[in-house]
Design a binder for this molecule. Structure first.
Ligand SMILES: *Cc1c(COP(=O)(O)O)cnc(C)c1O
Length: 364
């Protein structure tokens, strides 16, 4: 892993990004103690256009609106993919990313599934590094504070024909984020609607996957459940994941999480937690998790915890779930795996503990 990062860093010196700095920073207008997630953006953004089969000279410009044709294909056919990652600042002012190679690979896996061109690795890393250098002041130190990074790609070619575009825009925008304690979440296990299907795009961070969840999630919210845990589309018997988080179930002292498939997103947080569980001697089984076994475990008092895992909230504990007409409340526990694992991940991300798997990447 270290060798991998070294190779990227050597490649970074070979080309330049065209940089236009913002005339004035907006940072003094921002109330960093009261940030709503994803509403405030930093002074700069990274942009790279794909034209005539080639990625053009990458640019960093002041954060500003885009001009695109109303016929741009992304607006009609949803040809768009994205990523979500964070930058952290430690007490010495060093800036870190967490397993960015995974996000890089995943955006290209997502892009390939939507017939979009792959983005070059050196542009991705150099873009992030230059952007984070310019917007360094926006990254606040302290556990829980971070700068959320949103790389994304959209089809910009103006032509309303339902086929892949030949012009794209790759961008990165950045939004300061607070440690966010959403409190415990109540969820509904899906019985009718589905997030993804076999052979579909569930494993990709494709924009349309999220729009498709808004309606069923709003129905759940009317019943007092903030999120839906999706089940497999064929039988609705197996638990898969939440809208933007993978899920873990603790039965007695064993953690269970569904295996990755073409319906489930391969979360960086999920796979890091599976590894950290092993490091901490917590038994973790990656296997099909059925709705029935979780209901039975809940009835027998063996279900101790359910939590979601994803970059934005790291770990989001769940206090209750509904399936059929039954609502199951989870017990209050003191030795929560959710807390233990969350602390372990945060300590690695913020450079407060040993990084024995080589997950941290310093932005210099
Ligand atoms: C982004 C996302 C996750 C979490 O992935 P991380 O890499 O841990 O942030 C899980 N499920 C879905 C559907 C997602 O979009």
């Amino acid at each position: 892993m270290q060798a991998y990062y070294l190779r990227i860093m050597t490649n970074l010196n070979t080309f330049k990004i065209d940089i236009t700095k913002a005339e004035q920073s907006k940072i003094n207008q921002v109330d960093f103690d009261n940030l709503a997630f994803g509403r405030v953006f930093t002074d700069h953004m990274f942009v790279c256009d794909f034209v005539d089969g080639v990625w053009q000279q990458p640019k960093i410009t002041p954060y500003q609106p885009l001009t695109i044709e109303p016929s741009a294909r992304v607006l009609h056919y949803g040809q768009a993919v994205f990523e979500g990652m964070k930058a952290y600042k430690d007490d010495q002012g060093k800036v870190w990313l967490f397993r960015p190679d995974q996000n890089f690979k995943r955006i290209n896996t997502s892009a390939a599934r939507l017939a979009m061109p792959e983005f070059p690795e050196s542009y991705f890393f150099k873009g992030l590094e230059e952007l984070l250098k310019l917007d360094n002041q926006w990254i606040k130190s302290g556990v829980g504070n971070s700068l959320y990074l949103r790389p994304f790609v959209i089809a910009t070619e103006p032509a309303i024909a339902a086929s892949p575009a030949n012009a794209y825009k790759f961008m990165i925008i950045c939004s300061p984020a607070k440690a966010y304690y959403t409190g415990k979440v109540r969820v509904l296990f899906a019985e009718k609607y589905s997030r993804s299907a076999n052979g579909g795009v569930g494993f990709a961070k494709a924009a349309g996957n999220y729009a498709a969840q808004f309606y069923p999630t709003s129905l759940a919210q009317k019943e007092g459940f903030q999120q839906v845990i999706w089940t497999d589309a064929n039988t609705h018997e197996n638990l898969e994941e939440a809208g933007t988080m993978n899920t873990f179930f603790r039965v007695n002292d064993t953690l269970l999480t569904a295996p990755i498939s073409d319906r489930i997103l391969d979360g960086v947080t999920r796979k890091s937690l599976v590894q950290l569980a092993e490091d901490l001697n917590i038994k973790c089984e990656v296997r099909t998790v059925t709705v029935n076994e979780i209901k039975t475990a809940a009835r027998n008092g063996e279900l101790k915890e359910i939590f979601g895992a994803g970059t934005a909230a790291v770990i989001s504990p769940i206090e209750a779930f509904k399936h059929g007409d039954e609502v199951f409340e989870l017990p209050e526990i003191t030795d929560s795996y959710a807390n233990l694992l969350k602390t372990s991940v945060l300590n690695i991300q913020h450079n407060l503990s040993e990084d024995k798997h080589g997950w941290r990447y310093e932005v210099k």
